[in-house]
Design a protein around this ligand. Sequence first.
Ligand code: SF4
Length: 161
Amino acid sequence: MLLVSACLAGEPVRYDGKSCTVSLIKSLIAQGKAKPICPECLGGLPTPRPAAEIQGGTGDDVLAGRAKVIDSNGQDVSAAFIAGAYQTLKIVQFYQAIAIVLKENSPSCGSQFIYNGQFNGQKRTGLGVTAALLKQHGFEILSEHELEQWYANQKLSLGSC
Ligand code: SF4
């Protein structure tokens, strides 16, 4: 089983109430090979919601209390992001996911890049909060940009739910 960012599956759960659908992910869900998950929704945040970025570090730093997730209104939403990450971890562990496909650049889901915390559109290397927690627990995480190649390399068929 794959777990995937819900916004990549077409669910309108992004901060702006939109999605960013990837057709392969929709197809995998329809085949019962993937399940959608939104860490920020699981953390109790509404949709739509203010944009948020990590200030002072990366997702690992937020988990360690060295950095914060701040929204565009200046509110500290770190607790919701951390709660969503741990809820996601429970679900990933329940399904024993073989990999988790996460939306790049998100302060929760980014697996290689996140925004730099200045709300200026610039990115930095680093993981989002959920991506960092899943990686700390040994799960394979990849972005939507890596999925097609990863899937093509799989020789085993994915189990259905
Ligand atoms: S938290 Fe992840 S799944 Fe939810 S909207 Fe943001 S990028 Fe998509």
